[in-house]
Design a binder for this molecule. Structure first.
Ligand code: 5AD
Ligand code: SF4
Length: 440
């Protein structure tokens, strides 16, 4: 029997889909690239913003056709969205064409539930954000090519006031360093040159282990060092970090790791202290600036990117301007920008002074205009430089060209043959756009 997986959401979800593919293949199912050819359809969902949810509801609704055409097909909905009880109930109530509804930490049980569904069990719902029983080691079928994604922790303890993640992914749980390293070694042996360490807040890795009595449990710096020491691993990235837990000492340690130091992603969320407090972020702009300054002092060529939310409840025009000023001061290489989306069950959704959508949209536009200028200027500074590019594959827009990334994680469009894929090659940058460099 064949399965097809449709993934929505972040890298964490993409990697969860690799694990889902792994457990299904281990159980004897085969992957297929077309929904119509599948006997099992898996939808891996996201609920970080309303826009994601709306898209997914549309997709799930359309699957009625798949069931109509092939009544025996098994449809399973997994992932973050199902963890919101209200939506879990809704799926139960409205999605009679959905056979299986599982939470993020039940995904390894999918084969068992498919067997039950095939035997005519009726709709199965198993959702819980409790990750204590989630196995530390699971198979994964990597689709990332040159990059292997490796979980270092699950869940989040931060409760930023806008964020649904701690409610759907549960408390923070670190994987053992042995399990992490075994996966990295396996990926390196399979030819992966880049590792992406995944966790909602990678900086607090190991805290839970130490609390549980494992006093010598490694910290995040130790994970980075161990990953860098695996032969064949040329680059180590991580996602996501938290400025509150990003100590200046960690910057110093990273500055000694050539595979890591050229790229930092440090979500700021807002450049206004009042908003940061209301977001429950646990740092202010002075502390954030201290980290940025340390990074630039230690590794001047490092690129720094960030996440920004506009239109958080209570954000006034003055607050937004303060945020813009701070963003201009930080001179990020790029920013992933979001319009605040109220998530039911989070404290921010209940706050008074919600910002009207039109104001949010206008602010996003102003932020994008500012950041695009900075991104372009930063990228233009690369023109004439020779950079080491890890080639990922053919360019999406022009399959005759290749796409890859610099050590600082900038996308480069370059010329070259397929033999360069998964190799590091030195090229001279000839052009720069807002979101990528060119070596043509
Ligand atoms: N609305 C808008 N953006 C959000 N993010 C998280 N929750 C929300 C929300 N409710 C953004 C944050 C985070 C990124 C992954 O998504 O910027 O860093
Ligand atoms: Fe959400 Fe904050 Fe946790 Fe990130 S650190 S997952 S934004 S609660």
């Amino acid at each position: 029997m064949k399965f097809y997986i449709k993934t929505f959401g972040c890298q964490m979800n993409e990697h969860d889909s690799e694990i889902i593919a792994g457990v299904l293949q281990q159980a004897g199912y085969q992957p297929c690239g077309e929904l119509d050819a599948a006997d099992i359809i898996v939808v891996n969902t996201c609920c970080i913003r309303e826009s994601a949810e709306n898209k997914i509801w549309g997709y799930i609704g359309n699957l009625k056709n798949a069931k109509y055409k092939k009544p025996g097909v098994i449809i399973a909905v997994l992932g973050c969205m199902t963890q919101q009880t209200t939506i879990g109930d809704a799926l139960k109530r409205y999605g009679s064409h959905i056979d299986i509804v599982l939470g993020t930490y039940q995904q390894h049980r999918l084969p068992e539930y498919i067997t039950r569904a095939l035997a005519g069990s009726g709709q199965i719902v198993d959702i819980s954000e409790d990750n204590r029983d989630f196995p530390d080691e699971l198979p994964a079928v990597r689709v990332g090519g040159v990059t292997a994604q490796v979980n270092i922790s699950y869940g989040c303890n931060n409760f930023c006031s806008y964020c649904i993640v701690p409610y759907v992914r549960g408390r923070e749980r670190s994987r053992s360093l042995n399990a992490i390293l075994a996966e990295i070694r396996e990926a390196a042996a399979a030819g992966c040159k880049e590792i992406m360490l995944l966790g909602q807040n990678v900086n607090s890795y190991g805290k839970d282990l130490r609390k549980a009595g494992q006093t010598d449990a490694p910290d995040f710096a130790a994970v980075l060092k161990a990953a860098c020491a695996v032969p064949g691993i040329e680059r180590v990235r991580y996602m996501s970090s938290h400025p509150r837990d990003f100590s200046p000492e960690l910057v110093d340690e990273i500055s000694l790791l050539p595979q890591v130091r050229a790229y930092y992603h440090l979500p700021l969320q807002s450049g206004c202290n009042k908003t940061l407090r209301a977001m429950n972020r646990g740092y202010d702009t002075a502390r954030y600036a201290e980290i940025i300054d340390r990074i630039r002092a230690k590794t001047p060529a490092a690129a720094v990117t960030t996440d920004i939310i506009v239109g958080f409840p209570g954000e006034t025009e003055e607050d937004f301007r303060a945020s813009l000023d701070f963003i201009a001061r930080c001179r990020f290489d790029a920013a992933y920008t979001f319009i605040y989306s109220p998530r039911s069950g989070t404290p921010a959704a209940k706050m008074a002074e919600q910002v009207p959508l039109a104001v949010k949209k206008a602010r996003l536009q102003r932020l994008t205009t500012l950041q695009n200028q900075i991104s372009l200027a930063k990228n233009q500074a690369y023109i004439g430089q020779t950079v080491r590019v890890l080639v990922e594959g053919p360019s999406k827009n022009n399959p005759e060209l290749l796409t890859g990334r610099t050590e600082s994680n900038k996308i480069v469009i370059l010329r070259g043959g397929a033999e360069l894929i998964n190799q590091i090659t030195a090229v001279e940058i000839t052009g720069a756009k807002t979101w990528h460099l060119e070596a043509l």
